[in-house]
Design a protein around this ligand. Structure first.
Ligand code: IMP
Length: 188
């Protein structure tokens, strides 16, 4: 089966392919499907934003589409950056902003999670939602060079997400957990 990914984010495309393709699900980027758009993510929740992105590409193609909306939620910052994760500061300054805000926060209060909501719109235009969360802690410095986004400051066990291999991250990440539910839906 073939699904279009409503995203221009190459890292998400790579991870989603790594997770779905072993199950025989081919993931085509929106660009490859001819849907050259950038959707304004003005929803208040991950689910609303995932829906906005999936709907826009579904309306252009009429084919099954999935969209991922995701972000980092930090307890000590009342859930920030949350749905604003991609816009929390200018490119290249987001992790530094979080580290600065967390400077005086003690170890036991550095809990955080990565959250992901997948919106899948099937060939009949029906919406389906799948969510995943991965719990960890905010580190004190950037660690590792794998992954993307906030991975170098998100500690999972003794390592940051950017110190894990793609295979290790894809077993436990918020995105992997949400996509596992999507795969279970397909085999039902
Ligand atoms: P959006 O879903 O396009 O709004 O963007 C989500 C933003 O959250 C990304 O640009 C990253 O900054 C962050 N994010 C989401 N998932 C991950 C992840 O797996 N690792 C690191 N950062 C992530």
């Amino acid at each position: 089966m073939k699904i279009i990914l409503a995203s221009n984010n190459k890292n998400k495309l790579r991870e989603i392919r790594e997770i779905l393709e072993p199950s025989g699900i081919e993931v085509v980027s929106q660009a490859e499907a001819g849907a050259d758009i950038e959707v304004e993510e003005n929803g208040k929740t991950f689910a609303e934003n995932a829906f906005l992105k999936a709907k826009a590409v579904y309306e252009m193609t009429g084919l099954p589409v999935l969209a991922d909306d995701s972000g980092l939620e930090i307890e000590a910052l009342d859930g920030a950056p949350g749905v604003y994760s991609a816009r929390y500061a200018p490119e290249g300054q987001r992790k530094a902003k979080v580290l600065a805000e967390m400077k005086d926060i003690p170890d036991e209060k550095r809990t955080a999670d990565f959250a992901c909501c997948i919106c899948y719109i099937d060939g009949q235009g029906r919406e389906h939602y799948f969510e995943g969360k991965c719990f960890g802690k905010i580190g004190y410095e950037n660690r590792g060079t794998n992954g993307f986004g906030y991975d170098p400051i998100f500690m999972y066990g003794g390592k940051s997400f950017a110190e894990l291999t793609a295979e290790e991250k894809n077993k436990v990440s918020h995105r992997a957990l949400a996509l596992k539910k999507l795969k279970e839906y397909f085999v039902k």
